[in-house]
Design a protein around this ligand. Structure first.
Ligand code: HAM
Length: 423
């Protein structure tokens, strides 16, 4: 073998691809129920969008982006996430002019250069939603409820919603200061990355996975003690709405998320049994991003869900049974020179909506019937010269082996009836 797929990527093959269809169908039906429409943005964007949008000091921008120059020397980046591109598309296409709020969803591949492990890939897929135009906690509640509804519809159990408010432009600077005052005493004990974060983005220290930083962070001041009145009442309202919807949540005052654009609501959905990468999805409010990308001030809230991780969780809980390819009917050529006839019959069957197939390796009648059995086709149609001259074909019931001659015009209605009876 000469070639292998790049590290951190996956081939999604049948039968697993049917689980992807199931997730995608669920996404489409849940989003339709909640009034979200699909948007498809390019897989690469100009690099500045992510530098500005995601934040210069985030791990994503600092070390995880697939950035390259195109032939004209412009710097492009494979999208590491979906929010910044959707904000760009929202502004560029003036979607804000159409309605007071805009509700969008997307499904697609994202790219991050990190160390691959179970549930962490370099090309992975996200389902995300972005809700533009409402500052109200009702919007946050809707987005969170949609996120949980997706898992519910898939049948996933034991998922936990972690919730926090991380303040806004008004109150966060005070919290930032309090964090710096606290961490200053431990500066030498922090990991080198967090020493760098101390000045530039001390909130990110709370998210560090290193044991020493985690221990130090345990006693750090909590954002919830620094929220301004507006942030506090927004958070209280949201919690009230979640209670009305009977959506359980755990408050996690250390939840800060890895992207810089969030304010107020931050949330994550975790599941216990998929190992270290337990975060299935997350999101929050980002009221300043649209303005930072050149638009009018526009409040927004959204989330992104990792589909590979969702699939792992579904597999661990034994929820997705793997489907096999099914067909309705197999066309069997009895005798030579039946290729044109079988092609035509297949073409017509397929146009009528039957799942139909045939042999493509010139095998004997017996071998063709074996293939039909292998494919678990409930019926096969045997075409032979004699029958064709009488405008007939042979319909064979593959379960009991019974055969009957059927007039060509009668074939499709009869096949339809018998398939329906079989169900
Ligand atoms: P995020 O937390 O960076 O948020 O990613 C969301 C989800 O994508 C994660 O919870 C995880 O399931 C999945 N994910 C992230 N990185 C990987 C990876 N390397 N391999 C596999 N899965 C991964 C965002 O991306 C935000 N744009 C979410 C958002 C939308 N916030 C507001 N709107």
């Amino acid at each position: 073998m000469l070639f292998k797929r790049p590290r951190g990527t996956q081939d999604i093959l049948p039968p697993e691809v049917y689980s992807w269809h199931k997730m995608e169908d669920t996404i489409r039906s849940v989003c339709a129920a909640y009034g979200y429409e699909e948007v498809r943005t390019p897989i690469f964007e100009y690099t500045e969008l992510f530098n500005r949008g995601v934040g210069e000091t985030t791990d994503i921008v600092e070390k995880e982006m697939y950035t390259f120059s195109d032939r004209s020397g412009r710097s492009l980046t494979l999208r590491p996430e979906g929010t910044a591109p959707v904000v760009r598309a929202y502004l560029e296409n003036k979607l804000y002019a159409e309605q007071p709020v805009t509700k969008l969803f997307y499904i697609g591949p994202m790219f991050r250069y990190n160390r691959p492990q179970a549930g962490r890939l370099r090309q992975f897929h996200q389902f995300g939603v972005e809700f533009f135009g409402s500052p109200l906690a009702q919007a946050d509640a809707e987005v969170i409820s949609l996120c949980l509804e997706f898992y519910k519809c898939l049948g996933l159990k034991e998922i936990k919603l972690l919730l926090n408010s991380i303040g806004c432009k008004v109150c966060r600077p005070f919290y930032r200061k309090a964090l710096q005052t606290y961490f200053k005493a431990y500066l030498n004990e922090l990991c080198p990355t967090c020493q760098g974060r101390f000045e530039r983005n001390p909130l990110r220290i709370l998210d560090c996975k290193s044991e020493s930083c985690r221990q130090i962070a345990e006693e750090a001041p909590l954002i919830t003690d620094y929220l301004c009145e507006d942030c506090k009442s927004h958070f209280e309202e949201l919690k009230g709405y979640l209670k009305v919807l009977a959506l359980d949540f755990s408050l996690d005052p250390r939840l800060v998320r890895g992207l810089d654009y969030y304010n107020r609501t931050a949330f994550e959905v975790v599941v216990e049994d998929i190992g270290t990468q337990s975060s299935l999805g997350g999101g929050g409010r980002y009221d300043d991003l649209v303005e930072e990308c050149g638009g009018e001030p526009t409040p927004a809230v959204g989330f992104g869900i990792g589909l590979e991780r969702t699939l792992l969780a579904l597999q661990n809980q034994g929820i997705l049974e793997e489907k096999k390819k099914t067909i309705d009917v197999f066309v069997v050529k009895a005798g030579k020179n039946m290729e044109k006839e079988s092609l035509l019959i297949l073409y017509n069957l397929r146009r009528e909506g039957f799942k139909a197939d045939q042999d493509y390796s010139g095998r004997s009648l017996k071998a063709q019937l074996k293939t039909a059995d292998h494919l678990q086709a409930p019926f096969s149609i045997i075409i032979g010269e004699d029958e064709l001259q009488r405008n007939k074909v042979v319909l064979r019931d593959m379960q009991n082996g019974s055969q009957q001659e059927v007039l060509w015009e009668e074939l499709m209605p009869q096949l339809k009836r018998r398939l329906e009876k079989d169900e």
